[in-house]
Ligand binder design. Structure first.
Ligand code: ATP
Ligand code: MG
Length: 396
């Protein structure tokens, strides 16, 4: 009998035509996640089996809890036999150190050639436990101990506890997206949600030194590091936005500052996305949150690009967003008080219903195509990995 980790895919198994892509990508992502551990991974259409050769079960389970596409993680015992007598014998050995008064046996039989149906096996094994473990009884509704048996092609598995996985799709199965990542609360949450749907992200950050500080940039890198846990690693494109913002500030009527600044961000984001073969932009906009997120504003801003813009938080309340930020550990970093480029050039009365023809007229007042060209030519790319020793001050 060998102790190992069993992974269940959950939602993946409904993707009939793409199942191989999904499972292979998940395997690749798990391998990457566990690259510093000594493991051996085997899989079939319904399960993945991880032999842990360094006995680091706890560390590995914690790492697997950060992999999208995993529905359940189980520590189980493998028996190279389907013989019921042998299963009962091994089960009894496993139960030796377990204290319980009530139990339930649940059997899954993927090998239909086995002569007994699942409920018969459960009943038989249950009767055997009652005989051999004193003072125990069956409770089908609320048992202290759940005993799971799985009989597959030539092996059977026994397991007790299950750990919930993150669900979602394996990262990369849906292709790539560019996340507009600021230091705020919303965009890291939006990124997390897109990764959950199988989108591999590259991040894009607009900085405006000297109006924005190195601390603000560090904060974005910290947030990227959290996202990199789920994304394998993450590339952050940093765009130097100062010249564009100053040109807007000097030349354009202030009520339109934000609308036009965001149109410039979108244009740049689309170019970056095309260059890295990303199919979508992702951002943290939420309907009605600020003047630039009214429906009319969103339309006037969205109009300058043809790439789809996915807004996972479009219909979320701020409190709901904060809840997720706390769960994924981005909240404490996001609320650090460093200025973002959006917060510095905020006009007193931003337009709530901007007119796109007015935007086009105002944009003629600045050489924005040249400015965008320069910003992209000089942009910097930083690779962020979820490794403890990474110190951003050394990189920046
Ligand atoms: P907050 O939580 O304070 O609202 P925010 O980052 O969402 O932070 P918004 O002004 O609501 O700030 O910006 C809307 C979206 O635009 C962000 O979620 C983010 O996707 C994008 N964005 C804003 N500023 C930047 C920036 N400096 N770099 C990259 N993307 C940005
Ligand atoms: Mg916001």
């Amino acid at each position: 009998m060998e102790k190992l980790i069993i992974i269940k895919y959950g939602e993946l198994t409904t993707k009939k035509e793409n199942i191989n892509l999904f499972i292979n990508t998940l395997k690749q992502n798990i391998k990457e996640k566990l690259k510093n551990e000594n493991v051996d991974i085997r899989f079939d259409k319904g399960r993945m089996f991880i032999r842990v050769l360094n006995d680091n079960f706890d560390v590995i389970i914690e790492k697997l809890k950060e992999v999208f596409g995993i529905h359940e993680i189980v520590i189980g015992y493998e028996l190279k036999s389907l013989d019921l007598e042998e299963i009962k014998k091994e089960l009894l050995t496993l139960l030796k150190n377990k204290e319980f008064k009530t139990f339930k046996v649940e059997t899954k039989r993927s090998n239909k050639k086995i002569p007994h149906i699942s409920t018969e096996i459960s009943r038989e094994v249950g009767g055997f436990i009652l005989k051999n473990k004193e003072n125990t009884k069956v409770d089908v509704h609320n048992p202290e101990l759940m005993i799971h048996l799985e009989l597959r092609n030539t092996e059977s598995y026994i397991y007790f506890e299950r750990v919930e996985g993150l669900g979602g799709y394996p990262v990369s199965t849906l292709g790539k997206g560019v996340l507009m990542l600021s230091g705020g609360i919303d965009s890291p949450v939006a990124g997390y949600m897109a990764i959950k749907r199988g989108v591999k992200l590259e991040a894009l950050y607009f900085e405006s030194p000297p109006h924005t500080s190195i601390e603000a940039k560090n904060k974005v890198m910290e947030l990227a590091k959290v996202l990199s846990k789920y994304n394998n690693e993450i590339k952050v494109h940093v765009i130097h936005f100062t010249e564009i913002q100053e040109a807007i500030y000097k030349n354009i009527p202030h009520e339109y500052l934000i609308t036009i600044m965001r149109r410039m961000m979108y244009r740049i984001a689309e170019i970056i996305a095309n260059r890295c073969n990303a199919k979508i932009l992702v951002n943290g906009e939420s309907i009605g949150q600020v003047a630039s997120q009214t429906l009319t504003s969103m339309k006037a801003i969205n109009e300058v690009v043809s790439i789809p813009v996915i807004r996972p938080l479009a219909c979320f309340d701020k409190l709901e967003i904060i809840n997720i930020a706390q769960k994924i550990n981005t909240y404490e970093t996001s609320i650090l008080p460093f200025e973002d480029c959006c917060t510095i050039f905020v006009p007193k009365h931003p337009v709530i219903n901007p007119d796109s023809r007015v935007c086009e007229e105002y944009e003629k007042l600045i050489p924005y195509k040249d400015l965008i060209y320069n910003a992209i030519k000089n942009h910097e790319v930083i690779k962020i990995k979820d490794e403890k020793q990474q110190n951003f001050e050394d990189i920046l």
